[in-house]
Design a protein around this ligand. Structure first.
Ligand code: CDP
Length: 212
């Protein structure tokens, strides 16, 4: 079974994907880490994020063993990722590692922006997680404060809006729900309620599959 969880920044998709993977005994890949790592490597190699060739080279040379780097969660990493993520050749270079992961026999949960539309259009379950920008900014602000970062709510909201626009507006694999995705609005749901709803969606799909 492949489960695709897509959605914008701080919608709750990462936590949800992790919990779903645990509940159903599936492997989990946070695909945002791949783009974050490409941006990290461009900077490490002394390049500029706006240099497409440097980003493509970093994507082609990416070592997936370096994805547990705490720096990938740090300030600015999401914004940097969205700059390199707009480049078609960067996305192409990262496609194989994602599809190989999805194809493992035990099944997998992948979360990102284009899993249901491009990476795994054949996924049995597709969930697109949303929430208002204000609620997402509130969550991300708390998260960053608890990591000891001094950042204002307004700055976080501006970052989220800028990223939404860039991710949804790009030509290569823009962020959007697949036609057969279930929309899950978490604006008024805490993680437990969102998880319960997602499990319901998955169980329904699994039941349907069992009957065909
Ligand atoms: O955790 P958060 O939602 O803030 O970010 P993320 O999922 O780690 O993604 C960081 C950036 O990577 C996004 O803003 C996208 O530009 C890009 N991304 C993408 O283009 N496609 C994916 N499948 C995953 C992430």
């Amino acid at each position: 079974m492949i489960i695709a969880i897509d959605g914008p920044a701080a919608s709750g998709k990462g936590t949800l994907a992790q919990r779903i993977a645990q509940r159903f005994g599936l492997a989990h890949l946070d695909t945002g880490l791949l783009y974050r790592a490409v941006a990290r490597d461009v900077k490490r190699n002394g390049g500029a994020l706006e240099d497409d060739d440097a980003a493509v080279k970093a994507a082609q040379g990416l070592d997936p063993a370096t994805l547990d780097d705490p720096a990938l969660r740090g300030a600015g990493a999401g914004e940097a990722a969205s700059i390199v993520a707009r480049i078609p050749q960067v996305r192409a270079a990262l496609l194989e590692v994602q599809r190989t992961f999805a194809g493992q026999p035990s099944g997998a949960v992948l979360d990102g922006r284009d899993i249901g539309t491009v990476v795994c259009p054949q996924a049995e379950v597709k969930i697109f997680v949303t929430a208002t920008p204000e609620v997402r900014a509130k969550r991300r602000h708390l998260e960053r404060q608890s990591r000891g970062e001094s950042v204002t709510y307004e700055a976080v909201l501006a970052d989220i809006r800028r990223r939404d626009e860039r991710d949804a507006g790009r030509e290569a694999a823009p962020m959007r729900p697949a036609a057969d995705a279930v929309l899950l609005d978490t604006t008024n749901l805490d993680i437990e309620a969102a998880f319960d709803t997602a499990v319901g969606v998955i169980m329904k799909k699994v039941g349907q599959r069992g009957r065909t």
